[in-house]
Structure formats: structure tokens, C-alpha cells
Design a protein around this ligand. Structure first.
Ligand code: KIV
Ligand code: ZN
Length: 515
């Protein structure tokens, strides 16, 4: 199919979420999925239903929560995978099963230990099976860019005869180049029978920093579905960054024959910020479109030009991606109504329980801080939707520290609903607080990283703390924000421990995670 609409297939919650440090809990996934729906993507890949009970539950919950967007679950070609995906999607308004198997000789020989014929039989059976659950079936030929082109044509032909309507051509290991990928897509469109009625899809990884360039080349060759993630998160060097492809099409209609997406671009920045706050991974400052410096003109000559006429150095506006300036938004007298309106304007529609929590945080903050900026609200939202439903809940804490005193902390924590208290000493106040928390939670986790940054400027700015801890090979991130960085640190640490605790239940299957 070569109409002029590019479908955006967002895989932040599947390929993105499987990257180290990017895992999210159920509540966070639902919040993000709602925002991604608001952004206007066509398809959300909500997870890999068979990978774990947690993945199954999140695909199911997102399938129930979303109204307009197609919800997809990944599935290998095995019967159990397809069944699990079909069950998880049962309540979806628009369900899609996305089934895949590798097609490169490298994968056939070393991973699958299957012959080419056998793989084709798998594809045929899997697509037919998936059609029993939905008429929207996508087939992916994993490692397509290192597969034999004629064999790829044969495999896709089998998939199409079995009933698949979307054919995905993944550059699984980020190996291809723009010209090569263009030629591959072009070749497939010429040789797969009935290609005029099919959607060819691209899926790129960024190992050589070429994911977006390769994706745009595939679009020029006729691909009409882009698989991508918010902020480009994903395995290793990440996936195609959704915001970069969308804005490239928007900004250069001349170069892309007027092809466009349905993305509401003013939702790009709020979505990017929401994801960053949930996973606790900030985007690099010079990241295209959503990085802190993406619209900052530092050189005098540029500033002079922009002031005279923005067009001199500005190819798109910050407003077009929903980036409001650091304006003052609310103050201590703002009520519930104004708070909700402002959040809605920023693109956040919170469930009632999250909203109540967020409003309380806002009021507490407004008591301590005169000016509340958009960034403060973003951090409040992230903090409120990421409250762990875990065993540990932080209560009060008191510290003593300084040049004359040995740092000492007393921390109250509710453990499985029981109030408990511990006092500990440390090298500094944060160390003392963490030691008290370790005693109360009995955690064996090792602290890998501790980061603190000011969310906005000003003496009364909130501090945002991110901690990374690890235990038994699993790495999780927790974050917390507060005007007092010791409290922010305690929140971040407890959130990480809760998260780790939640993950202990999670069962992994071999292979597919890590694609
Ligand atoms: O990178 C890849 O090949 C994948 C497929 C499962 C689509 O993520
Ligand atoms: Zn992938």
C-alpha cells in the first residue's frame, strides 16, 4: 500500500521497556499508554504477553483501557505464544497479534536450529492461528536485514497467503544503511505478490546511530508503518526515536512527498517528559527534538539572528512539540480545579486516585516553594503515578548532620502496613538515611548509582533524585522529588526497593526478551 499516511506503531512498552533500567510497573504502563494514545499513535505494542505474568497483565489492562488505538501483543510462532497474546487482547477494541520468527541463516543455524522450510511452516501455522483471535495480524521476519532477500520474499509470501496484512522488516541488530534498507524495502514491494494491498513496516535499532536515517529511507521506499519508541529507548543503543521521524516528516514535506502521520505533535514533549520521569532516565541534553538544548541558541550570532527573524536558525518551533517556556503556572492559592486544568493543558489526565495524590503533593510543594513551574508539575505527576503499591511506604524522617555532628538519621517506614522505625549513622546524611532504610527493609540490593539534579532554577528549586540498585542480576531505578534532597533521596531509594521487590515475582522466558 502506498497511500500518503504513515502509521506510527509505538513499541515503547515492549521493545523500549525491555532495555536495561527501563522497566515499568503496571500502573506506570497504563498511564504512559493513555498518554501515547493521546499523542495519536495508530498502534501500541503493549507487551509480549507470554514473557511473564506481569507482561500478560499489562497487555490485558492496556487493551481494556485504550479506546481508539490498536493494541498489539508480540508472540513467537509457537501455539502457546499466540494463545496467550490472543487471550490478553480479548477485550481490546482493535486487537493485533504481532508474530515473528527469525529468517537470517545466522539465526536459523545458531539460534533456532531449523531449516528454511521449517521456518516457513511455522510462519504459515502461526499466522493462521493468530487469525482465529483477530483479523489484524502482523508478521515480522526477525533479522530481516541480514537475511537472504529471495528467501525473505518466500517467507513474506507465505505470511501473506496465510492472511497477514502487515509485513515488518526489522533491522534487529542495527546493521543496515539507508541506501541498503531503501533497496531492500523496494525489492520486497516489487516481489511479494499483492504488495499493493499490504503495509510494509520498518523496525530499526540504533547500534550504528542510523535508526532514524534508515527509517526515513524505508519510508521513501514505500514503507507505511514506522515501529519506534518515545525518546528512542530500546535494546542496546535503542530503537528509532518516534519524535525524530514524526518531526522530520512534518518539517520536510518537500523531501517526503507530503507524507504525514496522525501524531498530535504538541503532545510529543509531555510524552517524552512523562516517560523520562517514570523510568528515571533523562534524555541527553543535545537529543534532537526533546533534549534540553534542542531549541537553545547559545552562540551570539544565532541569538541575534533568531531575535531578528526566527526563521534564520529555527526550522521548527518549541511550541509545535508542546514545549511551553519555563513559565510560572500555579501558586499556593491555586485550587483543585486550576491544578486539574493545568495538568490537562500539559497533556496529563490522571486517574482519580493519582490525581488526589498529585494534588496533595502540589499543595505541600506550594507551601515550600513560591513559584511552581511546568517542570515541577511534571515531576509531581511522575511521582504520583509511580507510587509503588509495594510493601514499603516512607513515613517521617529526621536527620542530624553538619561539620560538628556525625551524620545520623531516624527513618519511619511502614512495612506491610506495620509502622517501624530505625536510626543509623553514615558518612553523610544520605548515607545515614539509606542505612536506616536498609535495616528496615532488610534489602540485600547494592546501590549502583545516585544522581541528584535541580528540576528548575532558583534557590527553592526541587531536587530530583534517581537511584539505581541491583540484586540478583536485576537492575532497577527509583526516583523521588522534594524541595529537601534528603527526603527526595529517601523516596527514590524506597521506590527502587519496592520496584525490586515487585520484580522478584516476575518470570522471564528464554530468548524473546533481548531481541
Ligand atoms: O528487533 C526485532 O527484530 C524485534 C522484532 C520482534 C520485531 O523487535
Ligand atoms: Zn526490535
Amino acid at each position: 500500500m502506498s497511500d500518503d499516511r504513515i502509521r506510527i506503531f509505538d513499541t515503547t512498552l515492549r521493545d523500549g521497556e525491555q532495555a536495561p533500567g527501563c522497566s515499568m510497573n503496571l500502573q506506570e504502563k497504563i498511564t504512559l499508554a493513555r498518554q501515547i494514545e493521546k499523542l495519536g499513535v495508530d498502534i501500541i505494542e503493549a507487551g509480549f504477553a507470554i514473557a511473564s505474568d506481569g507482561d500478560y497483565e499489562s497487555v490485558k489492562a492496556i487493551a481494556e483501557a485504550l479506546e481508539h488505538t490498536t493494541v498489539a501483543s508480540l508472540a513467537r510462532t509457537g501455539q502457546a505464544d499466540i494463545e496467550r497474546a490472543g487471550q490478553a487482547l480479548e477485550k481490546a477494541r482493535h486487537p493485533r497479534i504481532h508474530t515473528f520468527i527469525a529468517t537470517s541463516d545466522i539465526h536459523l543455524e545458531h539460534k533456532l536450529k531449523m531449516g528454511r522450510e521449517q521456518v516457513m511452516e511455522e510462519v504459515d501455522r502461526a499466522v493462521r492461528h493468530a487469525l482465529q483471535y483477530t483479523d489484524d495480524v502482523e508478521f515480522s521476519a526477525e533479522d530481516a536485514t541480514r537475511s537472504d532477500w529471495d528467501y525473505l520474499v518466500q517467507v513474506f509470501t507465505v505470511a501473506v497467503k496465510a492472511g497477514a496484512r502487515t509485513l515488518n522488516v526489522p533491522d534487529t541488530v542495527g546493521y543496515t544503511t539507508p541506501v541498503e534498507y531503501y533497496e531492500l524495502i523496494h525489492y520486497l514491494r516489487q516481489h511479494v505478490p499483492g504488495s499493493e494491498d499490504l503495509i510494509f513496516s520498518l523496525h530499526c535499532h540504533n547500534d550504528l546511530g542510523l535508526a532514524v536515517a534508515n527509517s526515513l529511507a524505508a519510508i521513501q521506499a514505500g514503507a507505511r508503518q514506522v515501529e519506534c519508541t518515545v525518546n528512542g529507548i530500546g535494546e542496546r543503543a535503542g530503537n528509532t526515536a518516534m519524535e525524530e521521524v514524526v518531526m522530520a516528516l512534518k518539517t520536510r514535506p518537500d523531501a517526503f512527498e507530503g507524507l504525514d502521520t496522525r501524531i498530535k505533535t504538541t503532545e510529543i514533549y509531555p510524552t517524552s517528559r512523562l516517560l523520562s520521569s517514570i523510568i528515571g532516565i533523562p534524555v541527553q541534553p543535545n537529543k534532537a527534538i526533546v533534549g534540553d538544548n534542542a531549541f537553545a541558541h547559545e552562540a551570539g550570532i544565532h541569538q541575534d539572528g533568531v531575535l531578528k527573524a526566527a526563521i534564520t536558525y529555527e526550522i521548527m518551533t518549541p511550541q509545535s512539540i508542546g514545549r511551553a517556556s519555563n513559565e510560572l503556572v500555579l501558586g499556593k492559592h491555586s485550587g483543585r480545579h486550576a491544578f486539574r486544568d493545568r495538568l490537562l493543558e500539559m497533556g496529563y489526565e490522571l486517574a482519580d486516585e493519582d490525581f488526589q495524590r498529585a494534588f496533595k503533593r502540589f499543595k505541600d510543594l506550594a507551601d515550600k516553594k513560591k513559584s511552581i513551574y511546568n517542570e515541577d508539575l511534571e515531576s509531581i505527576v511522575a511521582d504520583s503515578v509511580t507510587v509503588e503499591q509495594g510493601r514499603f511506604e516512607l513515613g517521617n524522617l529526621v536527620i542530624q548532620s553538619g561539620t560538628f555532628a556525625t551524620p545520623n538519621a531516624t527513618v519511619e517506614l511502614s512495612v506491610d502496613g506495620e509502622p517501624r522505625k530505625a536510626t543509623a549513622q553514615g558518612d553523610g546524611p544520605v548515607d545515614a538515611v539509606f542505612k536506616a532504610i536498609v535495616e528496615l527493609t532488610d534489602t540485600k540490593a547494592e546501590l549502583l548509582q545516585y544522581q541528584v539534579k535541580a528540576i528548575t532554577g532558583g534557590m527553592d528549586a526541587q531536587g530530583e533524585v534517581t537511584v539505581t540498585i541491583t540484586e540478583g542480576g536485576r537492575r532497577v531505578i527509583g526516583h523521588g522529588a522534594h524541595t529537601d534532597i534528603i527526603v527526595a533521596s529517601a523516596r527514590a531509594y524506597v521506590s527502587a526497593i519496592n520496584r525490586l521487590d515487585g520484580h522478584k515475582e516476575r518470570r522471564e522466558v528464554d530468548g524473546p526478551r533481548g531481541i
